[in-house]
Every structure is written in C-alpha cells, then in structure tokens.
Write a protein that binds this ligand. Structure first.
Ligand code: SF4
Length: 322
C-alpha cells in the first residue's frame, strides 16, 4: 500500500534567468567548438549548483573566479553569469580583447540601469542584500558618481546613517536616498530594513527589486512546509536561495532536509526507513495525530536546481511506503 502523499511546490527548478543562461552557455560553446574554439570560461559559478558546474567542466567550459586569471589563461571567450558583473570588470575584459557573452538576468540588468540613473541624479544608493553576494557586488559596481552602501541587517543602519550625516555636513546638501534590493534577498528582511531606512533621510525612494520568482518560491515553501510531515528542499548548499527556502521550511516543519543529490536522498530515506517496514524517525518527530493517515511529503526546489534532480527525487519518492 502506498501511504505517502508527495507534493511538489508549483514553482520548482530553474527560473527564467537561470534557464536561459544554462541553455545559452551550452549552445554558444557548441557553436564555438564548431568554429575550432574548444575552451571557454564563465566568470564565477554560472549557477550555484555542483551538478551543473561539473557538466560545464566536462564540456571544457571552465569556471574561473577572477577576471585577471581568465585574461592570463589565454581563453578568449567569456560568459557573464545571471548575477551580472561590475562595470569595471566588464571594461577590463573588453580591454583585454575578450569576447563577452553577457548572460546577466534581465531583472538584474534592470536594477543596474536603475542605480546608474539614480547615481547620475546625485542620489545615494543603498542595496539591501548580502554584502558578499556577487549580484550585490555587481550592482554596487555600477555606481560611479555617488556614494553607495549595502545593508544586510538592521545592525548596518547606524553606521550608514552616520556616514550619510557626515556627507550632509560636508556638502551642505540634503541627502537623497535610493534603495533597491538583491533579487534573491528575503522579503521579510527587506521589509524590516527598508522601513527603518525611511528614517535615515527626508527623501528616501524604496524599490523592492526582489525577483517575483524568489518571493513566489518563498511563499510556496511557507505554505507547503506548514502542511507537510517531511520536507525535502532540493538544491545546493552553495545557493543562497536554496538556503533561504530551507530556513523557511525548517521553521515550520522540523523534518526538513536539504538534498543535494540522489545519493544524499537515499541516505536520508534509509535513516527514516521509508521502505515499507518502519515508521521510525518520521512519526516520532512529528505531531501527527492520525498515524494511519498518509504521510505528507513536501518537495521544494530552488531556482538553481536542475530538473534532472527534481525528476529523480520524485521518482524515488513516488510509490514509497512507510
Ligand atoms: S532569480 Fe530572478 S533575478 Fe535571479 S536569475 Fe532567476 S529570474 Fe533572474
């Protein structure tokens, strides 16, 4: 008897930006190979997923984390990933004579345009996002004319406010603040930080540039985790949006597991004895009142999770009995 009920979140797997980038990289590299160019490079991880990165490597599409290293390697064709790059990095690659295939997601490009225009209009730009995230670095790297700041937590605000006040004192001009967010930042944190930023200056323009894909996925993860006994979050520990989904699910369903590959899933299932013989592990750690009811398994996959992993996990789970 199959007494599990497996539900996959509606928006699972590659988002439009990642899907386009992955398809384009393989397509362009095949075209280049046909022209006798056998090696290309991506500046940084194309996506935060080890399964995809190893496929790229097998195709001689090298992941190189530093623009200088690409230039020194002699590789002449370089892909820019969905996160985008700073204006200075693109200039450096161009000046070194490389051909650039810019796969920056259109949503990220839009943010680049917004902050460039804001800076041209003498506005101070604040990005709400992770300081070390390549997308945040790329956004900040568009701003040449005015100061810019990154706010990751509320704890960053006093220092930002102090620096803005110092600038105000120095220039005598009232600061105009322009706020955007990293596309994959947490909605709840953006709301908190932006509400507090309103107090930093008289003129504060706030644009929520969190990608719809990210918020839809976070909402779906929340819903599914409230109604599941076990949750498998499919994705890579390298991926910040996978980690966010994991955190949301874990807060509502204690049996939440981050699954990177099918071997990992098999280990977790083995632990649960989801093999038709045993209820150990699952029911003892959930509050299910009716243990004869079907065990509800939720599956959530991030925007950088390949369809092949989703398919094989579903295949593994479907028909499983407890
Ligand atoms: S999450 Fe959104 S912004 Fe980021 S690559 Fe995907 S579609 Fe683009």
């Amino acid at each position: 008897m199959n007494n599990t009920n497996v539900k996959l979140a509606k928006s699972s797997g590659f988002c439009s930006g990642v899907k386009n980038a992955v398809e384009q990289v393989f397509e362009i590299s095949n075209t280049l190979k046909a022209q006798g160019i056998h090696q290309t490079a991506v500046l940084g991880n194309l996506i935060h997923n080890k399964l995809v990165l190893s496929r790229l490597d097998q195709q001689n599409i090298k992941t190189i984390n530093c623009a200088n290293e690409i230039i020194e390697s002699g590789i002449k064709n370089v892909f820019i990933r969905t996160h985008g790059e700073s204006a200075a990095t693109l200039k450096k690659l161009q000046e070194a004579g490389l051909t650039i295939y810019d796969l920056t997601c259109p949503y990220v490009k839009k943010i680049h345009e917004m902050v460039r225009a804001a800076s041209q209009a003498n506005k101070i730009v604040i990005v709400i996002g992770d300081k070390q995230h390549p997308e945040t670095i790329g956004i900040i790297g568009q701003i040449e004319k005015t100061p810019s700041f990154v706010a990751t937590t509320l704890a960053d605000l006093p220092d930002i406010e102090k620096q803005i006040n110092n600038l105000h004192r120095k220039t005598g001009q009232e600061a105009q603040i322009f706020v955007v967010s990293q596309t994959t930042f947490s909605k709840a944190d953006f709301k908190k930080i932006s509400a507090n930023l309103k107090k930093v200056a008289k003129t504060v323009e706030i644009f929520n540039t969190i990608c719809y894909t990210t918020s839809v996925r976070q909402n779906e993860a929340l819903e599914i985790s409230k109604n599941s006994d076990v949750i498998f979050v499919l994705g890579d520990t390298l991926s910040s949006n996978t980690i966010k989904l994991y955190e949301i699910c874990k807060a509502h369903c204690k049996n939440t597991y981050l699954i990177e590959n099918t071997k990992h899933l098999a280990d977790v299932l083995e632990n649960f004895k989801l093999d038709g013989t045993n209820l150990n592990g699952v029911h003892s750690t959930t509050n299910r009142k009716n243990t004869s009811a079907k065990l509800k398994i939720g599956v959530v996959a991030s925007a950088s999770t390949p369809q092949s992993l989703i398919d094989s996990v579903l295949k593994h789970l479907q028909g499983k009995t407890v």
